[in-house]
Design a protein around this ligand. Sequence first.
Ligand SMILES: [Zn+2]
Length: 380
Amino acid sequence: MPDLPPYVWALILGALVVGILAGHFGWGRRWPRGLGRFHAEYLTGLDYLISEQPDRALDSFLKVMDANADTLETHFALGSLYRRRGEVERAIRVHRNLLARGLSPEHREQARLALAQDYLRAGLLDRAEGLLRQVSEGTRLRARALEALRVIYERQRDWTQALDAHRRLAALDAAPPPAVAAHYQCELATYHLERGDVDEARRLLRRARREVAVFPRAAVLRAQIAEREGNAALAVRLLAWALQESPRLLHDEFAHLLRLAGDGSRDKLLEDLVSRAEQRDFGELKGLVFAALALSLAHAAPLRTSIEKVIRLEPTLNAVREAAGGAPFEYVAAEIGALLARAETYRCADCGFAARRFYWQCPGCQSWDSFETYVIIQLR
Ligand SMILES: [Zn+2]
């Protein structure tokens, strides 16, 4: 782009601003057919201009634009355009420039929220938090500010504050599902358990179950408490229930459960798990069989029929069986077990993040309960 004198920049930007305002205030609707498209074209033009000479364009823009009521929307549009493009420093300049001028309380809230979003994007959580707290005291943008605060507290693993934001959002009918609050209670319970405060952990787990009645994570933690207090029978009951409600926990908790049950009640436990999985669906049975084979449990009598069935019906496993050319069942099961132990085990249904261990909250996209069992068997 040629080096234009400042007044030409001012003229170009002035024209763009008129175009943007036309779009924002709906002038295009009164224009002849076809002219309404101008808004999008002006935005594209603005986008192009700031791509070619970003700082120059912004300097001129801020000079041309007084933050009077007519140009405010254009400021906000430009700021969010910069943020969307990842040019956070420029977005911050636009929004701070706005805040430095005398704004109505309503517009000041909007500018604070926009600036907080810039800070969030830049990873400046403390600054974002300060602004969002101010916005959350108002009424108009309270829900958006509280939601952003909730996300910040999650990132900081400040579960008490996250819980508080969730509660305030619930009062506005704008909260994420109750399971998210139950996870916060479980995070806090884990914290107290690690410090030996079992009573506080129990209290928090009761609250988690008040949020969501069927909540396997709370049962896993209660099983830990029971185990710590020497009540293995209760720990087995709780953990077995959690695995039945949430079979994806098998990979991480199955071996632990079998150890707790001990040799005496192991077969009874396996029988219960198999019959429940057979009643539900093939996917669940497959998960149980995969976990058992990965733990070299092929010899356990209650599992034998189901293992044979899954190997026969699952094409990849059947290929292993056929390649073994009539080798004994134990040999085939051991081969498959070795393949499964190497297979990838979890993946986030929302963002695809893959991991060997289970996470209640995805480390990639921060979704709760999005991890699913995922097995890729690579034949040698
Ligand atoms: Zn994810």
